[in-house]
Design a protein around this ligand. Sequence first.
Ligand code: 6AU
Length: 259
Amino acid sequence: EVKKVLTYVERAAQCTHPLSKRLFSIMQEKRTNLALSADVNTAAELIQMADSIGPYICVLKTHIDIIEDFSADLIQKLSSLAAKHNFIIFEDRKFADIGNTVKQQYGGGMYRISEWADIINAHAVPGPGIIQGLKEVGATKNRACLMLAQMSSKGTLAKDTYTAESVKMAEGNKDFVIGFICTEKLSSDPAMLHMTPGVQLSAGVDGLGQQYLTPQEVITNRESDVIIVGRGITQSANPMQAAKEYQEAGFLAYQALFN
Ligand code: 6AU
């Protein structure tokens, strides 16, 4: 069997959703498959991280509800940094409720996530109504969603048939769902993005169930597309240097697919 690996350029050409097309284009242009998980607790730290690490990433992932001093000004600054450095903003909200509730959580409340986050993610556990609800808010704004088909944590229940059903749910909603949070390639559709958290330069665990794989394992062996790195960068003595190392490791692992 001859397996043809597609380049980011070829993948972009296959995308029908403008956001996945844009993301693959950014990955090629900036030569990076690194997403920074900027899990910091203040607006100043988030802005500082986004500005200093922005050049090395394709995606900036936020947990907006861990920011102690959230304000509209933070969103405005993040959006201009996204334009300055050409990255996509992914709010890691992990929606998990019925359609009618997630619709309000996505579009309303204090954070108004749909107004600034290009990408969000959702659990498949409620069934397809969660996608319908999110889509009602996000589709007209050209937003997109990733389904959590697998998790990085020890003992996760998102496996086997749950994973398979999540993939089906995603593939049935390609006008809004552009890919997965997963630990390996799950879909043969070249337009579908695979993003993998739980990545550090050495494999290992944290004290609370997180499990780490290396960029090479994730991109070359498991054929995922994007490495999501948090503490490997944010807790490093030199986050900018660490980001460069992850960018390089991730991109080399991508290039190794063609050897
Ligand atoms: O690199 P870390 O361990 O410091 O951070 C990993 C980040 C965290 C998690 O909330 C998130 O990735 N995450 C996710 C996502 C992105 O949805 C899913 C998952 O299964 N595991 C995981 O760690 O911000």
